[in-house]
Every structure is written in C-alpha cells, then in structure tokens.
Design a protein around this ligand. Structure first.
Ligand code: NAP
Ligand code: MG
Length: 472
C-alpha cells in the first residue's frame, strides 16, 4: 500500500481537504508515496495555528527555547536511520550523502539552539537624560518554501534560525520530497516544541506556495528554489511589503591557476560538481583553467570523473522533470557537436535503467557564452573554459547572471585573494571548494538572490530591529 504523507498542523498530522497526489520514485519510476494536496484552506489553518502560538513562543525564555531546539538536534542524530530511509525513498541519494545532510540538519538546530540569545541589541549614547536601546524582535509568522534537492537540510537551514529568533513557521516542502520535512515537524513536537510553532503544509507551489506568501498573517518568507519562482514570489511579497530571503540558482566558477596544487584542485573540481549529482545550487559547474595547464589539468579531472559511478557515488536526478532537463542539455551539446571527455549520456548500467541516473559528464574547451556555460543545468555536468591571465579569469567568472559561490586555486596567495575579492558571489573558497558548515553565511549576488542564510547572519534576516527611547 502506498504511504500517505499528510500535513502537520497545530501539532497534529492533518489530512488534506482535497485528496493526495502520487509521487514517482526517481529510482524505479513507480509510485512510492501519495502526498497531501494542500489547499488555501489548509494554509489558512496552518497560518492560524502559527499566529495563535506566536506570542507564547516569542516570550518563552530564550534558554528554554534553546533547550528545545538542541533537543531536536539530538533527536535527529538518534533517529538518523529513519530520516535516512525516508529521504532515500524520496530522492534515491546514496547513504554517505544522506548521512552528511542529516548531520548538517542536526547541526543547524544545535547551532541556533545555542545562539538563541542572539540576535542582541545595543545601548546608544544619545543624551544624558535618555536611555536608548535597540533590540531585535521576531516578525511573527515566517513562511518557508523549499526545493527537492536537499529537502531536510534546507528545511532545517531556515526553520532553525527562524524559531531561534522567536518566530513561528509555516513550511512548504517540494511536493516530490515532503516526507522528511513532515517527519521533522513531528520530531520537533516530540521534543517539546509547542503545537502550532512549526507547521508543514504539503502540496504544489502554485497553490500552497503562493498562498503562504499571500497570507496576511505571514510577515516574512524564506524561499529556496529557481529564479523564475523567486521572481513570482517577489511580486507577491512586494504587494504585501514583506521581506524575503531568496536563495536561487547558481553557475559557480572554480578558477585554477597554473601554480595551484593540481592534484588537490582536480579532486575538489570533481567534488564540486558530482556531489548530489550536481543538484546543488552551489555546485561548481564552470571550471576555469589557465591555458598553460589546460590539457594536463583537464585530463586529470577527466580521469577522476570517470571513476565516479551513479548509484554508488551519487544518486539519480531527484525528479523525472529534472532528468528531462539534464537530457535536454546533453542533447543540446550533441547537436552543437560538443564531444564530452567523459559521460555525456544517461547511465548505461542495466541495473539503473529504470531510474533517473546520469553519468558524470565533462566537456573541455567550452566557450564562455555557450548555453552549457551560462545556464544552470542542475545535474552532474561540468564545462571547462580556458583563460589566459588573471584579468580574463575574473571577466569570465563574472560573465554570468548568477553570483552564488566560487573558488580560486593558486599558490600565490595574494593573487588568490585579489581574485576572490573580485568575483561577484556570496561565498568564495581559496584553495578549497566551499564548505557546507552551518557557521558560514551563505547567499547570492545578482540573480542568485538576496539575504543570507546560515551563520549568525541569518538571525538578522529572521528578526527586525526595534529602538526604545526612555526618558530618564
Ligand atoms: P522551484 O520550481 O523554484 O521550486 C522550489 C519550491 O517553490 C518548491 O517547493 C515549489 O513547489 C515551490 N513553488 C513553485 N512554484 C511556486 C509559486 N508560484 N509560488 C510559491 N512557491 C512555488 O525550484 P525546484 O525546481 O524545485 O528546484 C531547483 C532550483 O532551485 C534550481 O534552480 C536551484 O538552483 C534552486 N536551488 C537553490 C538553492 C539555494 O540555496 N540557492 C538551493 C536549492 C535549489 P513544488 O515544486 O512542490 O510545486
Ligand atoms: Mg519546480
């Protein structure tokens, strides 16, 4: 029998008012769960629960709120295997990847559960007969909308700081990957999070997602997903004059100079785009290589890519729609006469033939204006682009609508830092690909979005500043 995934509203599993949608497994194409079709009425119920619980949650002592969040972290680690089973069924990801994501999700609750006394304010020296101070306060109800590539992880990334800052939450996971977000809300209840503080409404973006942004009680929205939907949501948020955090796509540049540690740079170049089958907004999908080492270095990368196997090192495309998108780009490359050094097709492994698996793919000598070097593919596809010198590397890196992350590899640290400071992106690695550490502020420039998740910085985006002036 198919598992039914229902909403989590006001501390309870809550059936849809409009039935369930079947979801196809990316591993074998069979229906594996049916997910509640959320409606405007379901969003309204969740928003009401979040509103009703907001005052008590906000004024609960910070120490107690922190204890609850840290209990969620501990419970996630204790129940890692059951979260792994759910996420694996929805995404087909391999065990190592999932273990890392679950640990990282726990780390968000631990980190923000520890920093719960932040964000803090300050005392302003204005005049001898006034005591003036600032403090940060929650928005109230925060809407969180997440995609399917890192389901539990991205829910945790937004929900943990939102709750730590004293907000309540209405969250909508991607319809394809709802199970772990609902399980997280259930776990949070078991850990003592009061009913209504963290609600999940499943269903489609065009209904549930838009309804969350439109709902009058929702005072801030954190969205992770595509540029197109980010733009749609921005218009809705503008009508209500509410702030957004937008974590959108990327086409991040990984720049390798001739004096780099080439073995390490090659292994990082592979990690940067093969992890999670390239379904990471911060993938390093443009490999900029100095022309003097191009042939040798790209060969080293190709040899490593050839060793990475779908089904072993990384999972399938998580949705069948994404599988079609990646195939579209591989077909486009073929129609342009581009010959991959490695990969270039869906997996030819018989055992994977009913799943959405793609071979890790590398193209060399790609022009910076080629669509494969400009558009976000969101799959395990890397293009190598040669450059002559530092100035050209910076110019090519910045010739992109996106600006999420990037990296520079060079033993000349002055050059590496000069370049790092000139790349238009929110996070840059120097002699390393970027890290997933929860402490590191993360977010985009240009079409990659605005606002910051992660780190202490995120708390400022889930709270607003108030100034209080006292006559002495
Ligand atoms: P998407 O289509 O933008 O969907 C993201 C979320 O928004 C899903 O929950 C989706 O619901 C919902 N949604 C869709 N239409 C909506 C609307 N009109 N109003 C409100 N919500 C709506 O993105 P995706 O295809 O799932 O994910 C891939 C994209 O996300 C890539 O471009 C990738 O770069 C980006 N991404 C960015 C980051 C980051 O941190 N910067 C992280 C991961 C992914 P349903 O799909 O369930 O209908
Ligand atoms: Mg979509």
């Amino acid at each position: 029998m198919t598992t039914h995934v229902s909403h989590w509203i006001n501390g309870h599993e809550t059936a849809s008012t409009d039935g369930y949608n079947d979801i196809l497994s990316p591993v074998d194409g069979n229906v594996h769960v049916a997910v509640a079709k959320g409606t405007a009425q379901d969003v309204d119920r969740a928003a009401k629960a979040a509103t009703d619980s907001a005052e008590d949650w906000r004024w609960m002592s910070a120490a107690e709120r922190g204890r609850i969040l840290r209990r969620i972290a501990d419970a996630l680690r204790e129940q890692a295997e059951s979260f792994l089973a759910l996420e694996s069924a929805d995404t087909g990801k391999v065990r190592n990847t999932l273990m890392g994501e679950i640990e990282n999700s726990a780390a968000y609750f631990e980190f923000y559960g520890t920093l719960v006394n932040l964000p803090i304010g300050s005392v302003l020296d204005v005049s001898p007969d006034q005591h003036v101070y600032t403090k940060r306060e929650p928005y109230g109800v925060v809407g969180v909308i997440t995609p399917w590539n890192l389901p539990l992880n991205q829910a945790a990334r937004a929900v943990a700081p939102a709750l730590a800052a004293g907000n309540t939450v209405v969250c909508k996971p991607s319809e394809s990957t709802s199970q772990t977000t609902v399980a997280l809300a259930r776990l949070a209840s078991e850990c003592g999070l009061p009913a209504g503080v963290f609600n999940v409404v499943c269903g489609s973006g065009s209904v549930v997602g838009e309804e969350i942004v439109r709902h009058p009680s929702v005072r801030k929205v954190a969205f992770t997903g595509s540029v197109g939907v980010g733009r749609t949501i921005s218009h809705l948020a503008a009508d209500k004059l509410i702030p957004l955090t937008l974590e959108l796509g990327g086409k991040s540049a990984n720049i390798v100079f001739e004096d780099a540690d080439l073995d390490f740079a090659a292994s990082e170049a592979v990690r940067a785009f093969v992890s999670n089958a390239g379904q990471v907004c911060s993938s390093g999908t443009r490999l900029l290589v100095q022309r003097s080492i191009q042939k040798d270095f790209v060969q080293r990368v190709a040899a490593l890519v050839a060793q990475r196997k779908p089904g072993v090192d990384y999972g399938p495309m998580i949705t069948w729609k994404q599988f079609d998108t990646v195939k579209h780009y591989l077909d486009l490359a073929q129609s342009r006469g581009m010959r991959p050094l490695v990969g270039g097709t869906v997996s030819s492994d018989d055992e994977l033939s009913s799943g959405a698996y793609v071979d890790a793919t590398l193209f060399d000598n790609v022009a910076p204006d080629n669509p494969l070097a400009q558009e976000e593919i969101f799959g395990p596809v890397l293009v190598a682009v040669p450059f002559e010198d530092e100035a050209e590397a910076i110019r090519i890196a910045n010739d992109s609508e996106f600006g999420l992350v990037g990296a520079v590899f060079s033993r000349d640290i002055s050059r590496a830092l000069r370049v790092a400071e000139r790349i238009e992106a929110g996070q840059i690695g120097v002699n390393t690909w970027v890290t997933g550490a929860v402490e590191t502020p993360f977010g985009g420039q240009k079409n990659s979005g605005y606002g910051r998740e992660k780190g202490i910085e995120a708390l400022n985006h889930y709270s607003q500043l108030k100034c209080i002036i006292v006559k002495l």
